[in-house]
Every structure is written in C-alpha cells, then in structure tokens.
Write a protein of this length. Sequence first.
Length: 535
Amino acid sequence: MSCGNEFVETLKKIGYPKAGMLNGEDFDWLFETAEDESFFKWFCGNVNEQNVLSEKELQAFSILQKSGKPILEEAALDEVLKTCETSDLKTQSVDDKELERLEEEVQILQKLKNLKIQRRNKCQLMASVISHKSLRLNAKGEEATKKLKQSQGILNVVNTKISNELHALTDEVAKLMLFYRPSNLGQGTNPMVFLSQFSLEKYLSQEEQSTAALTLYTKKQFFQGIHEVVESSNEENFQLLDIQTPSICDNQEILEERRLEMARLQLAYICAQHQLIHLKASNLNMKSSIKWAEENLHSLTSKAVGKENLDLKISSLSSEILKLEEQITHVKNKSLPAIVKENAQLLNMPVVKGDFDLQIAKQDYYTARQELVLNQLIKQKASFELLHLSYEIELRKHRDIYRQLENVVQELSQSSMMLQRRLEILTDPSVSQQINARNTIDTKDYSTHRLYQLLEGENKKKELFRTHGSLEEAAEKLNQDISLLRDQLAVSAQERSSFMSRLNNDVDMLCDALYQGGNQLLLTDQCSAHERGIQ
C-alpha cells in the first residue's frame, strides 16, 4: 500500500466529507521530503476519529472565543497543568503515601530487574561458554567421527587387499601343487613332490652292485701287490741288473728267480752275440779270401809271373799271415778280453731295455685299467656328491620356506590380534563416551578451571583439588538456580503485567477525566464553567 493511499484512508477514518473523491497516488509527493514524510506518517498512524471535535465542542469553543476570555496556549497550559489540582472525576484519588509506596515498589522492582538482568547476563555468559565448549566438543566429535570413518575405510581397504592377496596366494599354491602333482596319480595316493620323499634303496643297490663289479674287475685285471709296485716306481727299480748285487727287496725267492732269469738271458744274449761275431768274422774272412783270390787270379791270367817271383810272393804272404795270426792271437788273448770286460755291461743293454719296455708296457696297461676304474669311481663319487648337494639345496630351500612361513604366520597372527583389538574397540559402546581416568582436574586444563570458576560464582571457598564430581555438582546447582530464576521471572512478569494493566487502566481513566472524550485538556468542569459564563 502506497503512502498516498494510506493518507486518504486516514482522511476517511476521521470523517472528511470529500475523502471518497480523492486519489491516493496524487498525494505521494507529500512523502518525498524527510520532514513531511515523518509528519504525515505520524498523522496516518496516530490520528483517528477520537481526535475529531464534535459539533457541540466546536460550538462551545466558539462561544468561549466570543466571550473574550483568554485562551491558554501550550506553554501556559503546561504551567497550569503543573500547578493545578487533580479533580476527582470518576477516578479514585491517589494520595502521596500511595505514590511513595508505588515509587518504592517501582524502585524495588527496578533493583530486582537489574539483579535479574545481571544474573541473566551471567547465565548468558555461562550458556555461551557452555555452548562454545559444546560446539568445540561437537567439532572434536565430528573430527573424531571423521577420523574413525577414515580409519574404518583404511582398515576396510587393507582388509580387502589382504584378502585379495591371500586368495591370490591360495590360487598360486593350488597351481603349484597341480604343477608338481603327477597326472597318473589318483585321489587316494600321496604325490611325491620333493627329492627327499623318494626312496634311495634302488640307487644304493645299484651303487653296491657297481662297486662289487668294479672290485671283481680290479682283482681280475691286477695281480696281488701291483699297487705296491706301481706306487714304489722310483729310479732304483729301473737300474741295470747286477747279478752280484745283493737284493734289497723283501721277497728273496722272487728276486733270486728274477736275477737268475736276467743272468740267463744276458748269458744267452752274450753267447748269441759271440756266435754272431764269429760268423761275421768268418764271413768277412771268406769274402776277403775270395776277393784276394779273384784279384790274384786276374793278375796271374793277365801277365805271366815267374816261378821265382811267385815263390817270393808266397813267402812274403806267409810271413804276413804269420804276423796277422800273431796279431789275432794277441788281440784275442790280451786286447779283446779287456775290451769285452770293459763293455760287458753294454752287451746287457738290449736285455735290460727289453725288460724295461716290458715293464713300461705292463705299467701302461695297468694305468689304462686304473684310469678306467678311476673314471668309474669318479662317476660314482660325482653322482653321490650331486645327490648330496641336491639334498643340501632342498634342505636350505625348506629352511628358507619354513622361515618365511613362520614370519608370515607371525605377521598374520599380529595382524589378526591388532584387527581383533580394533574391532573390540570399535564395537565397544563406551568408545564414543569420554572416560575420565582421573577424578581430579588436571592443572593444565585451563578451560575446565575457568568453567569451574564461572560455576563457582561467589563461593570463595578454596579447595585443594578440583574434581569432576564437584564440577558436576556446581553445574547441577547452576541448573537448579536457572530453573528457580526462570520461575521467579515468570512470577514477576505476571505481576508486572498485572501492574501495568492496572496502571494503564488508571492512566486511561485519568485521560478520560482530563479530556472528557475531546482533544483538549479541561482544567475545570465544562458544565460549571458554562454555568458561570451564563451567569
């Protein structure tokens, strides 16, 4: 509703005769300035039909003006109202004692009001502190709830991850067992996965058979004591045999037989060489004789030789033959035995060499057979060491797996224990409630101490230790005081409302007595004044 329309409605209320013909929008300009706007708003809000003078009042006022008597203005009227006596018209007279009593009651009520205002301010301060603390506690509770939800989410994620890893581990173990399980095994058989599960009886029996066969082969191939001879193969065993040299061996019979055999062989060889030399010498003699005969025969046939010359030549040749025979005899008797004696050992060299060659051939044969036996023994040892190494590797793997499984079991047990504790804490209904382990208030808890001081109020009693129980008692006492004050405030509000209603009724009655339904203040009774005017 616009201000102009409100002004027109006010004119209609006070009974302006031409108000129905007016348009409210035509009066909006009256409210444009600040001063006019405030006046017209007051006019529209306070003026009603009671403020309009009736015809009788207008006639009386015109008669009063025509009488020539002075009419009081505002300042004079205020002075008169201050000095005039209150007329007793339709209202009860209020004496000074009643006024003093009322003033005292008003002062008491004012003091009570101020006291209650102070208590109200104090209660508001305490309520604000408590609300602030409750807000902080709510914030902490929300933060704790948020952290709890985050922790639950993290735990759920970790639990899901662990479950997935365990499922994956179970699947991998199942795949591994399927990989190591033979395909031809039934459900009732126990598959052998590791080397330690297999029996070694067959392997050991084969090794025993091989060792027995190798031992029998060694006995057949080598005579008894061959290893001592081969092991003692030094320079002394391969020296030239001297028949007269005493034996250094332990078995004298074998050594004597061997010495005799070597002597027999050497003697036979020397005899054969002697015969060979004689045969070679005879052969050379025959060849040289034949050659000489041929040469002489050729010379005789080519030219004639005299008898004297022939005799001379025969005699010379005979003398030469004698000389040669002497030389041969000298060589055979003197030079040749000494030379033969000096080179006797050289004559035995082929025999000794043959004996050494035979021994070397035997030693090569025995060495080849020993290498064969040694290779077989090396194979057996290699297979045994390979088996032993495989067992050691498998044992180490078993130990590593056992250690890892122990660590996994310990970690899983610790994780399960921690998870169980967390679940117990989360499922505990008292986890959301703050439990004070100590009844006394900590000296560093300044907020609780300030709250205790506020709740303590005017109680100046000093306590050695402030406890949560006393804080709760003070809070309960404060709550009781607040409820008592609320009751007192309700009672005082009822009394004040009844008093204000009575006071308003008295003021209305006083205004009616003073104004008598008009807008002017009447200092005296209008009827008596009119009668005095007529007189």
